[in-house]
Write a protein of this length. Sequence first.
Length: 283
Amino acid sequence: MVASPASWCFAEGDPITAELTAVRRLGGGSAYEAYLAFDEVTYAPVVVKVVRPDQVADEHALRGLVREVQALATVNHPVVVRGLRHDLTSGRPHVVLEHIDGPRLSTLVRRYGPLQEQQYLPLAIELASALHYLRRLGWAHLDVKPSNVIMGAPARLIDLSVARPLADAARTRLIGTDAYMSPEQADPDRYGGPGPASDVWGVCATVFEAVAGYRAFDGPGFPQLDEEPFELPERTPAEVVKILYAGLERRPADRPLPHEVAEALEPVLDRQPAVRLGGFETR
Ligand SMILES: Nc1ncnc2c1ncn2[C@@H]1O[C@H](COP(=O)(O)OP(=O)(O)O)[C@@H](O)[C@H]1O
Ligand SMILES: [Mg+2]
């Protein structure tokens, strides 16, 4: 028997399914790959997340895709990516997502450094609105980080691959991304089970990076378990400093609720001078 390869290696023009034509590979996690594709159903670009060929028969990989499909079917918010359809039973189990056009926050910060207040304040308020909604819904994203945010108007949170209901979230350990994990995601024995406050941490760590141009915590292991976050640049407005450090409190109960993050930042945004863009008065 010939072993299946780890990648589909779809190139531009290759059919992924009868209706989906590959444009290019966007990325891939351990269990599946993400492709930009053209979709004959919606007649639009879409993103296809397809289980890797060597894992099509793997229960664990399929369970992950099922979880993502369930999350996409449950979550419905303007700041969160939306699912279009899925096929869990074909030889190429996949989910089809709307394609969100724009750079990832991680790419912007890497290329151009810190964001302007006019960019990071709406970003933070929009992400806070998504978290407020998720909390009400009883779900946690658990992987909020700059590479899972696509910058646009509004910004959009992608990658529901580890999102789950709060009861399940509370039982997780080390689910997420090391550098952006809340203390309770990294060490639930010490800080209690992950939940909505873990996403508040994720948003504050994400916005911190947008404001500063560097991470709140850096280094091997989990510096967020024992160290204090780095200083924010001196130019940072006091309200921003206060709410970001509050969101990075080690104990989940000490962190603000999502709507409190938005409330703290709205007055700062209101102080921003309006910018003229394309003839419209906008920020
Ligand atoms: N809906 C989308 N619109 C645009 N780009 C996307 C979308 N979903 C994923 N991507 C791109 O594909 C990459 C991988 O997808 P993601 O959902 O983050 O999966 P994972 O990080 O688990 O591999 C993302 O970092 C992003 O660049
Ligand atoms: Mg991702």
